[in-house]
Design a protein around this ligand. Structure first.
Ligand SMILES: [Zn+2]
Length: 495
């Protein structure tokens, strides 16, 4: 089989699909043609290609080694699922994009609800909007989600895997059982700390008792607009440029990156970074509104952007576009958490209330780690047997028990990360704390002002995702993946 040609087509497909995604989510086009574009690359999505790739031998005449072959197998398997579900996914995307619900006498876009909710001060109005959002989800989108899951479930069996968890573990090397167990330990270790601090912040920031708290209040709680005055919108992009300059990166001189920060009516409220052609054309999309979350999101996406932008153009396609995305998320977190680092905050912002914000940011991180721990536990339990009723029950119970406010079963399928992305985020959170500790040890507390730290990062970034997160830590002699460094950081500032 002509692997080189297949990879060239994969690169072309990524560029075309990426451009389509960018145009739609940046609010430049209403179209989102998944079916049409996938149809132009039959060789990437066919059963024949899948069978041929699975039968390839490493280091044979096809010129592919074991490491690349592993990624190629995961890639074509993912493609095979994409091909089988593309009509359903496109229908779901179109329906979701067009869906509106009523809020205070106006029709608002379904996709904008998280943002509207986060800025809604009235707890009663949040509950009304949430009830309408859930009704729309249940009536319009959940039937499509069910069809997508049914299709994925039956394909997994057809390809000879026991279930989707087994498929993921065998093809990607993720140790999902281990990660689930270790994160359950984390949950047990932080039960008291979480209950106390959630109780405190619900009261001080929202005026609600723990028993009154609902899922629709969390966006509002995490919005934390009490800290808005510290995070000035005008200073946000200059702060990013200045921080990168400290590491020897001149953002304005990077010809391969685009920052799309313009406001457009149909632009997605969710920021994202996309590699159209890596590293030649990488884009970051965000609508700045100000506030701590904006800084956090901009720096997160800038982490993705810089990782992509510094990858060696000569790397094989699979190391630039595929591989362990825990590595990607880890570098995104590394820049994101600068905006919660006391030293960085002291450099960049007015000194007012930094300690309060640093403490709150650790509470926010504790919440996220517990939420993803509960989600992984739920998703891990989901796959062995397709049963939507028990899945909804499990989702409500596991998330409610871990997060201490009522989760609705309605979101059991919508709040689900495809391809076990939930595990990638968790690994990235654990790894980031370890790598940050390493950078501080080597280059000082203000490592982000040290060009040598920039050199270190650029050397790692150049390798793309050739190595998975465990290998990455091992290569630098860092401790194995564990939640201890992240927990220590949380305890230091929140305890
Ligand atoms: Zn990310």
């Amino acid at each position: 089989m002509d692997v080189a040609h297949l990879m060239q087509r994969a690169e072309e497909f990524c560029a075309e699909m990426g451009e389509e995604y960018y145009q739609n989510y940046a609010g430049l086009s209403d179209e989102f043609r998944i079916v049409e574009i996938v149809g132009k690359y039959p060789e990437l999505f066919s059963r024949e290609t899948y069978d041929e790739v699975m039968a390839l031998e490493p280091d044979g005449e096809d010129g592919i080694d074991e490491r690349e072959l592993k990624l190629l197998r995961y890639f074509v398997t993912g493609n095979y699922f994409t091909a089988a579900t593309k009509e359903l996914v496109e229908e779901k995307e179109k329906k979701e994009a067009a869906l509106t619900v009523e809020h205070k006498g106006e029709e608002i876009a379904y996709r904008s609800i998280p943002v509207v909710n986060a800025n809604e001060e009235d707890a009663g109005a949040r509950r009304e909007l949430d009830a309408r959002a859930q009704a729309a989800l249940e009536g319009e989108l959940n039937p499509l989600y069910e069809s997508i899951f049914e299709k994925t479930f039956s394909l997994t069996g057809e390809l000879g895997y026991e279930n989707y968890t087994a498929l993921t573990e065998q093809l990607s090397g993720l140790k999902l059982g281990w990660l689930r167990d270790t994160m359950q330990d984390f949950v047990r270790e932080t039960n008291d700390l979480y209950r106390e601090t959630l109780d405190e912040y619900a009261w001080t920031l929202l005026g609600l008792r723990l028993s009154e708290l609902a899922q629709c209040d969390i966006g509002r709680l995490m919005r934390a607009d009490a800290f808005d005055h510290m995070f000035d919108r005008e200073r946000m992009v200059p702060a990013l440029k200045d921080t990168l300059a400290g590491m020897g990166i001149e953002l304005d001189k990077q010809e391969n990156v685009t920052l799309d920060l313009e406001s457009r009516p149909k632009k997605s409220p969710r920021a994202f970074c996309i590699g159209i052609r890596v590293p030649q054309d990488v884009r970051l999309v965000l609508t700045p509104i100000g506030g701590a979350q904006d800084y956090s999101v901009l720096f997160h996406e800038a982490g993705h952007l810089q990782f992509y932008a510094h990858m060696d153009a000569k790397l094989p396609f699979l190391y630039r576009h595929e591989g362990d995305t825990s590595v990607h998320e880890n570098f995104a977190f590394l820049l994101q958490y600068l905006t919660t680092d006391p030293a960085w905050l002291g450099d960049v912002l007015d000194k007012l209330r930094i300690e309060d914000y640093v403490r709150f940011s650790r509470f926010s991180k504790l919440y996220m780690l517990r939420r993803y721990a509960a989600k992984l536990d739920y998703e891990y339990g989901f796959w062995p047997k397709l049963d939507f009723e028990s899945a909804r029950r499990a989702y409500r119970e596991k998330l409610t028990r871990t997060l201490l406010f009522k989760y609705s079963p309605t979101r059991a399928l919508a709040d689900f990360d495809q391809g076990y992305y939930v595990a990638k985020y968790l690994q990235a959170w654990l790894a980031e704390a370890t790598i940050r500790q390493h950078l501080r040890g080597e280059f000082g507390h203000k490592w982000y002002r040290n060009e040598k730290a920039g050199d270190w990062l650029r050397a790692v970034w150049a390798e793309g995702q050739k190595f998975d997160i465990h290998e990455l830590l091992e290569r630098f002699g860092l401790p194995k993946l564990s939640y201890k460094p992240a927990l220590n950081d949380i305890r230091e500032h929140l305890g």
